[in-house]
Design a protein around this ligand. Structure first.
Ligand SMILES: C[S@@+](CC[C@H](N)C(=O)[O-])C[C@H]1O[C@@H](n2cnc3c(N)ncnc32)[C@H](O)[C@@H]1O
Length: 373
């Protein structure tokens, strides 16, 4: 007998609240995610359809969890009529203005509500954004050239560890249109590999070689085994279907991870980083990376984490690259005021016990552009 989930009776004020949240999502995503905007508008009009979300713990009852649960089921069963509207699963998707979308969505919820309930009860949304490798690569290449040694790459908050494969992707760095080109378009890596494209403004030329990486490891408090099909599908489901390029590069990176499974350690960053560095330092120059991770720490945990890196850097040469939000990590050293909603790339080096900080660039959070200082 399948286990029957107990879902609380639906509180009418909850339906009002979730209708409000879906209404807001519909407005804020109308331009960049038309499908999710249209689905959200329908949920705002008919909040009773969102009842499966009630199975989630109260802090997780967010519209995106319900949307990801639906997406998860559709990735697994692409014969469902609702797939016709999904731009990442359909070559020629039906327009989101087609009123039949509403009927298809309501039918889907009616047929699959037990499965949706089961997913929302036990999953939380997750990200592993491979596009961020475009942000890490220039700093990693700079470090490799400077230390003239292979690197030992430790990605902390690695999620599925896909960004540990950064030297297996290919890169196209292009001057931004309209900017006075200070360098030619640069292509790196095998032409057949998954390609990431990034526009650059500012003085720093793109790297000319991929760094040599001797060893690599990821730490995450909830690592995702991307070689497990159900886990990989959930990661894919958390990408918005309107963002077809993000979805496609994630699928391609997961495929690559089957050939080169990243080593992942389950643990908290504060306690696990120095022990991992101590293991890795014998293999190459240690480089710690963080991308959109430190905002999940408390301010106190962030300070302890930085102190741990300082402690290791006192006795060993070490490099640390972080691409983080100054607004969400205001106590970290950033090159812009913390009221700016941007992503900043910072490089910290410890050489012979001396610490030096360089604010390298402002960038797109998913790696579409970099603006060098
Ligand atoms: C938004 S995801 C970013 C994942 C990846 N760095 C990327 O850019 O695609 C944040 C990740 O940080 C992990 N995380 C948050 N706090 C952590 C901690 N204290 N120790 C280890 N991992 C943590 C989460 O489990 C999650 O996988």
């Amino acid at each position: 007998m399948p286990h029957q989930l107990e879902v609380e009776p639906v509180d009418p004020s909850w339906r009002q609240e979730i209708a409000r949240r879906f209404g807001r999502l519909s407005t804020t995503t109308a331009r960049r995610a038309p499908l999710y905007a249209a689905m959200s508008a329908h949920f705002a009009d008919r909040p009773e359809l969102t009842d499966p979300l009630q199975a989630a713990p109260i802090t997780q009852r967010q519209p995106v969890l319900l949307l990801a649960a639906i997406h998860h089921l559709l990735i697994a069963d692409q014969t469902d009529p609702l797939v016709a509207w999904f731009p990442n699963l359909q070559v020629d998707p039906r327009p989101t203005t087609d009123p039949a979308l509403h009927t298809a969505l309501a039918d889907f919820i009616g047929r699959r509500s037990d499965e949706i309930t089961e997913i929302t009860a036990r999953r939380t949304t997750q990200t592993n954004e491979v596009g961020r490798c475009s942000l890490l690569l220039p700093a990693m290449a700079l470090i490799a050239a400077e230390v003239d040694a292979p690197l030992a790459h430790l990605d902390v908050g690695a999620s599925g560890g896909l960004n540990l494969l950064l030297d297996r992707f290919s890169y196209r760095y292009r001057p931004s249109p309209g900017a006075t080109a200070e360098f030619p378009e640069t292509q790196l890596g095998e032409a057949t590999a998954l390609q990431l494209t990034c526009q650059i403004t500012g003085a720093m030329p793109p790297p000319t070689a991929l760094p040599s990486i001797a060893t690599r490891c990821g730490i995450d408090r909830s690592p995702i085994d991307v070689t497990d099909p159900a886990e990989a599908r959930w990661l894919e489901a958390c990408v918005w279907p309107d963002q077809r390029d993000r979805f496609e590069r994630l699928v391609a990176a997961i495929e690559l991870a089957h050939e080169h499974p990243p080593e992942l350690v389950a643990g908290d960053a504060v306690a696990s980083t120095v022990p991992a560095l101590e293991r890795m330092v014998v293999r190459g120059h240690p480089v710690v990376t963080n991308t959109w991770v430190l905002n999940y720490f408390t301010a106190e945990a962030r300070q302890t984490y930085v102190s741990e890196l300082d402690r290791f850097g006192t006795d060993h040469d070490l490099s640390w690259v972080y691409a983080e939000s100054p607004a969400q990590t205001p106590d970290l050293d950033h090159g812009v005021p913390t009221d700016q909603h941007v992503t900043e790339i910072t490089l910290v080096r410890w050489r012979g016990g001396q610490r030096r900080v360089d604010h390298l660039a402002t960038c797109h959070p998913h790696g579409y552009w970099i603006d060098w200082r």
